[in-house]
Design a protein around this ligand. Structure first.
Ligand code: FES
Ligand code: FE2
Length: 393
C-alpha cells in the first residue's frame, strides 16, 4: 500500500507546507532567480576590513557578473563592472591586490581608468577625432554600493530601494551586537564549491530542526532546557534572527567561551542573523562566522565563509578566536562539513528525481519550527512570482 508521505507523491498538506523539489533543479527557475532575487536585492560581498589601504581591490561575483571593489584615496569603497568600456575585455584579472597608482589598464588596447572609474587614457586618440569618443565622457559602469556595520553590499538594480530600507530597522538592531559594537576584522576566508542548489544551503542555515545532525549542537544546545525557548524572529523583507542563547560547551570537550568576548556578547552566548536571501551571520561569544553564497548553476554553489575577530586583537586573543572558529566551523571544523554532506545528498537525490517533494510542516513554538523556512519561501515567491510547491515544466 502506498504511503501518504513518501517523497514522491504530492503531500496532503497546505501548499505553504511542502516544496516541489524542482525549485532546486530546474534551469528556468534558476534563471528567474538570477534575474530577480539575485539581481534586485542588496548582496553582501565582503567586510570593509578586506580593503584596508587606498587602492586595495578585490573581485566579487554577483548574479553572474564580475565586479571590482576598489578603495579610493578618499577611503570610499566603490564597485564597478570589471569590464572595459572599450570592447568589454576583463579589466582586472587577479582576485585581489593593490592597484599601483590607483590605475587600471586594460590589457587588450591599453585604455586605462582611475579608481573612481574615470577614463585616464584612450590609446592613440587621434583615430577618434571624427567620432564622439572622448576620454572625458568615457568611464566604467559603477554599481550601487553601501555598507552597514562595515558589511559591504552591492545592488545591481539602480531602481531598488536603499540598503537600510532593505535590511529594516529591527534587523539592524538585531545585528548591533556584535557588529555595531566593535571594529571587526576578517582573519579567515575560504571558499567551497558545493554540489547543491543555493537554497538548500540557505535552509540549513535558517532552521533549527537540523541541529539534530550536529553532535556538538545535540549535546551543547538541543539537550539543554533553555534551548527550547529560542525563537526565530521574522523581520521585513524575509530576514530572520534567532534569539540569543547560552551554549553548554562543558557538555562536550570544548573550551568555554568566557574570555576575550566580543563586545556585548555573553559568556558562551550564541546569536544568529540571516539576511535574505543568502547570508548568515553567526556569532559564538568570541568569534563570528559569515556565510555568503554565489549561486553558479542550479546544482553548483560557491560558499564563502569568513571568520572575524576584533581589529587590533593581541596575538594570544587572536589565536584563541582562531581556535574557537576552527573547532566548530572552518574547513576542518565539524559543523560545516556535516552541513555540506547533508545538502549534497539532498541535491543528488533531487537531481535524479528520486526525491520530488520536501516537507516544511513543523508548526511548534521554538527553534525547531519550520516557520523560518516558510517565511523564506513566502518572500522568494513574492519576488520571483514562482510557486515553491509547484514548478511548471
Ligand atoms: S577592450 Fe579594453 S582597451 Fe580595448
Ligand atoms: Fe548546521
Amino acid at each position: 500500500m502506498p504511503y501518504r508521505l513518501d517523497g514522491h507523491s504530492q503531500p496532503d498538506l497546505p501548499q505553504s507546507h511542502y516544496l516541489d523539489n524542482r525549485i532546486y533543479t530546474d534551469p528556468v527557475v534558476f534563471e528567474t532567480e538570477k534575474k530577480t532575487i539575485l539581481t534586485d536585492s542588496w548582496r553582501f560581498v565582503c567586510h570593509a576590513s578586506e580593503l584596508q589601504k587606498a587602492f586595495d581591490y578585490r573581485l566579487v561575483r554577483v548574479a553572474g557578473h564580475e565586479l571590482v571593489l576598489i578603495k579610493g584615496e578618499d577611503e570610499t569603497i566603490r564597485a564597478f563592472y570589471n569590464t572595459c568600456a572599450h570592447r568589454g575585455a576583463r579589466l582586472l584579472r587577479q582576485p585581489a591586490g593593490n592597484l599601483e597608482g590607483g590605475r587600471m589598464t586594460c590589457f587588450y588596447h591599453l585604455w586605462s581608468f582611475d579608481n573612481r572609474g574615470r577614463c585616464l587614457t584612450v590609446s592613440q586618440p587621434s583615430g577618434y577625432k571624427d567620432s564622439s569618443v572622448r576620454r572625458e565622457s568615457t568611464g566604467l559602469k559603477e554599481v550601487r554600493l553601501d555598507s552597514v556595520f562595515d558589511l559591504v553590499f552591492v545592488c545591481l538594480d539602480d531602481e531598488a530601494g536603499s540598503l537600510r530600507d532593505f535590511l529594516g530597522d529591527s534587523l539592524i538592531e538585531a545585528m548591533r551586537v556584535p557588529f555595531g559594537s566593535a571594529s571587526l576584522e576578517v582573519f579567515h576566508l575560504h571558499r567551497s564549491e558545493i554540489q547543491c542548489n543555493w537554497k538548500l544551503f540557505v535552509e540549513t542555515n535558517c532552521e533549527g530542526y537540523h541541529e539534530l545532525l550536529h553532535l556538538l549542537n545535540r549535546n551543547t544546545a538541543v539537550s539543554q532546557q533553555e534551548y527550547r525557548s529560542r525563537q526565530w524572529r521574522m523581520h521585513e523583507n524575509g530576514h530572520l534572527s534567532f534569539d540569543p542563547a547560552k551554549i553548554s560547551y562543558d557538555k562536550l570537550d570544548y573550551a568555554e567561551r568566557a574570555e576575550g568576548l566580543l563586545p556585548g556578547m555573553e559568556p558562551n552566548g550564541h546569536a544568529v542573523v540571516n539576511l535574505f536571501p543568502d547570508v548568515m551571520l553567526n556569532c559564538r561569544s568570541t568569534v563570528i562566522r559569515i556565510d555568503s553564497l554565489i549561486p553558479v548553476s542550479p546544482g553548483k554553489t560557491i560558499l564563502e565563509c569568513r571568520g572575524l575577530g576584533v581589529a587590533g586583537d593581541s596575538q594570544s586573543v587572536r589565536d584563541m578566536r582562531i581556535d574557537h572558529h576552527n573547532e566548530v566551523w572552518g574547513p576542518t571544523g565539524v559543523n560545516l562539513a556535516e552541513d555540506i554532506w547533508a545538502v549534497q545528498t539532498q541535491m543528488q537525490n533531487m537531481k535524479e528525481g528520486s526525491s520530488r517533494f520536501s516537507v516544511i510542516a513543523r508548526e511548534e513554538e521554538g527553534p525547531m519550527s519550520d516557520g523560518s523556512l516558510r517565511n523564506f519561501y513566502a518572500e522568494w515567491s513574492r519576488i520571483t512570482n514562482l510557486q515553491p510547491h509547484h514548478v511548471e515544466v
